[in-house]
Design a protein around this ligand. Structure first.
Ligand code: HEC
Length: 146
């Protein structure tokens, strides 16, 4: 395997664009967009934790993103370093979600990824976590991509 990339773009480019596409718009019905969607999640408390958990555990089951249903399988990336996982998420957030980000966005840190490894979550649990984020966004009157 290639040595751990320190440059942010390499992780996204090497691991994510094959499905989510270079512009992070995804492929309707197959791979959900990450652009102008996951930026909302980090507006609420549990959002960044959810993103870390998806990368560490993968995700399967039905999700709705911007009105389109996806019933796919996201592979897990737990074999990547904490730095690489944080870098991939931070790149998607800052490059493709700038309009949605809170002004005081703190980047996702490698330590948060490391902490996320303590719990293994299956897709059912992740779906609950995801639904909770959408509820938090609704309660806070913040937009969501659904
Ligand atoms: C093999 C294809 C594939 C690859 C590679 C892939 N993903 Fe995914 N990703 C998916 C699919 C499919 C879903 C939706 C899963 C579902 O339908 O349950 C998803 C979902 C997600 C979600 C959750 C979105 C939401 O709205 O809840 C995030 C975040 C994510 N991917 C980020 C990434 C990142 C970052 C990478 C690169 C490290 C990556 N993905 C690589 C296929 C992929």
């Amino acid at each position: 395997m290639a040595p751990a990339a320190s440059a942010t773009s390499q992780v996204f480019e090497q691991r994510c664009i094959i499905c989510h596409q270079p512009n992070a718009q995804g492929v309707a019905g197959l791979y959900p967009p990450l652009a102008d969607s996951i930026g909302y999640y980090v507006r609420v408390k549990d959002g960044r934790q959810y993103l870390v958990h998806v990368l560490l555990n993968g995700l399967g089951g039905s999700v709705v993103v911007k009105g389109v249903t996806y019933n796919g399988l996201m592979p897990q990336f737990a074999y990547l370093s904490d730095d690489d996982i944080a870098a991939a998420l931070n790149e998607v957030l800052t490059r493709f979600n700038s309009a949605e980000l809170p002004k005081d966005l703190q980047p996702i840190t490698p330590d948060q990824v490391k902490a996320g490894r303590a719990i293994t979550e299956n897709s059912t649990e992740l779906m609950h976590e995801r639904a909770h984020i959408y509820e938090e966004l609704k309660d806070a009157g913040l937009g969501a991509s659904k």
